[in-house]
Design a protein around this ligand. Sequence first.
Ligand SMILES: Cc1cc2nc3c(=O)[nH]c(=O)nc-3n(C[C@H](O)[C@H](O)[C@H](O)COP(=O)(O)O)c2cc1C
Ligand code: SF4
Ligand code: SF4
Length: 252
Amino acid sequence: MIFYFSGTGNSYAAACFFAKKKQETVIDLAKVLSDKKFCYEIQEGESLGFVFPTYFWGLPTVVVHGLSRLQIKGKPSYVWAVITCGGGTGASDRQLKAVAKTAGLTVDGVFSLRMPDNYVPMFQAPGKEEAARILKEADRKMEEIGQAIERKEKGEKSGVPGLLLSSLMQPLYRNGRRTFKFSVDNSCIGCGQCESVCPVKAIALEGGKPVWKKERCALCMGCLNRCPAEAIQYGKKTKKHGRYVNPVYGIR
Ligand SMILES: Cc1cc2nc3c(=O)[nH]c(=O)nc-3n(C[C@H](O)[C@H](O)[C@H](O)COP(=O)(O)O)c2cc1C
Ligand code: SF4
Ligand code: SF4
């Protein structure tokens, strides 16, 4: 059984990769929360996995809220996590272990996986070729991680630099989640994609245009990167930074 969270498809693609190996089910943590379906049963000998992105060198709110409420019946043979990132995961492993503890789970192995960076408010989105190159390398790394999971390895453990980075950067996530920072251009075609992809239902279409109805969201960048008209902006830089969506979510 694999729980995942994904804004632009990287973590979903990775979750599917690992699920395919043993024909496991993948479960969206955003749906766990929206359906309030927190109880799951693990069969004897079955492992339990989590795949999600790092945000500000920590955990997305959906992962914190979903994981801390999970009620897992039965004892997983091994609990593992793969944290996708654009560069590094800081001390996300430590935060994950602490949150999992509140759900009575001990995480045995944590692995980081570099994938294309979707945080376009700060960085230029990778071009097609660069994204393809990073994804090819990620495929190779996933094979390695898959074997490490088979061997029930302990994976990586963050050190003091990661811890410092996370403690400095994580407070910025709460501020970044404020939805007044989003805006929509005239190029919006009113397709409703942003509303339907939002994992926390923060967007509603009003008069054919998206309106952010919640004060804060998960900041997954799904609405912005998956808008077919590139009509959604966040701050001043996204107009020039391009967009990124993993091919698993199809063409925008
Ligand atoms: C709000 C936000 C914050 C991010 N912070 C980091 C970070 O601290 N370090 C990093 O390497 N990548 C960071 N990223 C990049 C993502 O972790 C990375 O692109 C991830 O694979 C996206 O996964 P997804 O496609 O499943 O949503 C951030 C992305 C977002 C949206
Ligand atoms: S996804 Fe883009 S084009 Fe479609 S309604 Fe939202 S902002 Fe408009
Ligand atoms: S509003 Fe956009 S960035 Fe925020 S959680 Fe919803 S889809 Fe993600």
